[in-house]
Design a protein around this ligand. Structure first.
Ligand code: VGL
Ligand code: ZN
Length: 198
């Protein structure tokens, strides 16, 4: 019965100065580092897209960032190019402790499917393998922190709760994009899914 800390996408592109900057995204780094010693298992997730990823507005003629498109798996927000594999924007924030974590799991590599959740791609079917890792490590409960509250933290927390894990989101160590009320929607969605918000 282990307790895991899941640190979502604390990468340069989601911090001030990055391609998809989340306001104050960098301010959560010291608090996340301090929390790592409280957990049995620490996992970092890393958004890791090929340069022609279908979630990028630049991959769609006539589309701009934050437009919506219909993908075969449902509606998808189009983003500025971000977290391209091997780029500085895709690297972890330089202040983040990358020594303590047990596992770094990457997501969003399939050019045709975005992956907000650390557990399943946006088709809600293709697994990343994180569930198997956590179960074989004996994890039953987890706390999530990171970026962004209303996208990757939200989808990861809801999926983990649906999979039967006991999930807490520490909101003081998260920051949001907040697109058209997405933060309020994410909070209520997480609560409905049984996630504990602190
Ligand atoms: C994220 C938008 C696109 C996130 C990732 O980490 O919340 N948001 N890719
Ligand atoms: Zn992304």
């Amino acid at each position: 019965m282990s307790n895991a800390l899941i640190v979502i996408d604390v990468q340069n592109d989601f911090c001030p100065g990055g391609a998809l900057a989340v306001p104050e995204g960098d301010l959560i780094v010291p608090g996340i580092n301090a929390l790592m010693s409280d957990f049995d298992v620490v996992v970092l997730t890393q958004d890791w897209h090929p340069e022609d990823h279908s979630s990028f507005a630049s991959s769609h003629d006539g589309k701009a960032p934050y437009d919506m498109v219909d993908m075969p798996y449902g509606p998808q927000v189009l983003w500025p190019d971000h977290c391209v594999q091997g780029s500085d924007g895709g690297a972890f924030h330089k202040g983040l402790n990358v020594t303590r974590p047990d596992l770094v799991i990457r997501k969003g590599m399939n050019p045709a499917i975005d992956s907000y959740s650390a557990f399943f791609e946006n088709d809600q079917t293709t697994p990343t393998g994180l569930e198997g890792y956590l179960r074989t490590r004996g994890v039953t409960a987890m706390t999530m922190v990171g970026l962004a509250t209303d996208f990757c933290v939200n989808f990861s927390a809801v999926d983990a709760s649906k999979l039967g894990f006991d999930v807490t989101v520490n909101q003081s160590l998260c920051r949001a994009i907040d697109l058209d009320g997405s933060l309020a929607a994410a909070r209520s969605g997480m609560q409905v899914a049984g996630v504990t918000l602190i």
